[in-house]
Design a protein around this ligand. Sequence first.
Ligand SMILES: C[S@@+](CC[C@H](N)C(=O)[O-])C[C@H]1O[C@@H](n2cnc3c(N)ncnc32)[C@H](O)[C@@H]1O
Length: 217
Amino acid sequence: MATRITAKSLEKKLALDPETINVEPEGWEGPINWSELFGNVNPVELELGAGKGRFILEHARRDPERNYFAIERALKYCRVILYRACRDNLTNLRTYMHDGVEFLEKFCPDASLDALYIFYSDPWPKKRHRKRRVFQEHTVPIFERKLKPGCKLIVKMDYESYFWEIDALLHEHTTLQILESGEIDPVRFEPAFRTNFEVKLCAQGAKVFYLEALKKA
Ligand SMILES: C[S@@+](CC[C@H](N)C(=O)[O-])C[C@H]1O[C@@H](n2cnc3c(N)ncnc32)[C@H](O)[C@@H]1O
């Protein structure tokens, strides 16, 4: 059974192993060379706003032939991801504490991602906070640009009106081909791949919306 991580045990672990706190490696000034970073030329999948990383950690465990990169702007969550990645000796997973959109713009080379996952992105329902949303007119073309042709953006969302706004933004401001879009039964996702947020949603019987968009070749 996996060790339960509490804030206290994490602090203790991090104090013992200061290396794991270094979530922002030095020298990342320009675009990342993925093959240099991972030491191989395997495909790279990126999750923006990974939270505690349940989804991406499980992918990294199951598929050592692919590389996984978790962007999360909350330090406490980066630490959890790092701790679990170190504990499970995952050499194909990295995390980076940064704003995800800025990271993609500044650090991620165009046409370099084999998948981009954005799950349960904060909806910022108040009108005056909308500019904080990850999905905006100017951000969706960035998401498209970073994907390799033939690869997908996958979105999951619990907040229905924001979901349909995302659907409209992708239609209007990208050439991504929407393969699937709408409410789904979350039992479709294997429990081990559910995100932390999704585990809670499933327990509450909440609605889940899912979108899959393909970058045309
Ligand atoms: C509602 S939580 C969902 C977390 C995770 N995707 C899940 O399903 O369990 C949204 C997460 O996105 C992160 N986040 C929000 N905006 C972000 C941004 N611009 N860049 C990076 N992370 C972001 C938040 O810190 C938070 O951890």
